[in-house]
Write a protein of this length. Structure first.
Length: 148
């Protein structure tokens, strides 16, 4: 793939991630958007529909994951990295999703920060910002070991 085309595709995919974030209030049910944006320490936890929240969280995570996987594929063009990323994203969603809903059911008794940051990992495409540099570093190490 031409380098210019690759950069344009990656830019467009990151733009899609930004658009998901920009239209989050219109696309997804999440009463915690306003809650965590305001003075949440002084307010009670908002009422929420557990099923609707989980379904919306899953859809948002899925959309972000699919775009992130496309970014990883366009940059590296290696199906093995995409397969690893699929497993990573799936495991992360299962673990963080369960932990997030346990914390919500306990009404954030251990504090708000843990719930806030777990939610952040679920609703924002942070993992792509971790995986891309990690894959670049791994690729660099593989190239160096082949030179020796």
């Amino acid at each position: 793939m031409n380098r210019a085309v690759k950069y344009i595709l990656v830019f467009l995919l990151f733009t899609m991630l930004v658009l998901v974030r920009a239209f989050q209030k219109h696309l997804f049910y999440d009463p915690f958007i306003h809650y965590f944006a305001s003075d949440f320490l002084a307010k009670p936890i908002p009422e929420y529909n557990t099923f609707k929240l989980f379904a919306s969280l899953f859809m948002r995570y899925l959309v972000n994951t699919l775009i992130s996987l496309a970014i990883i594929y366009v940059i590296f063009r290696k199906k093995g990295l995409v397969k690893f990323s699929i497993k990573f994203f799936t495991a992360a969603f299962i673990f963080l999703g369960i932990f997030y809903f346990i914390l919500l059911q306990m009404e954030m008794l251990d504090g708000y920060l843990l719930t806030f940051y777990i939610r952040r990992f679920l609703v924002h495409p942070i993992f792509v910002l971790i995986l891309v540099p990690a894959f670049y570093y791994q690729q660099k190490l593989v190239r160096q070991s082949k030179k020796m």
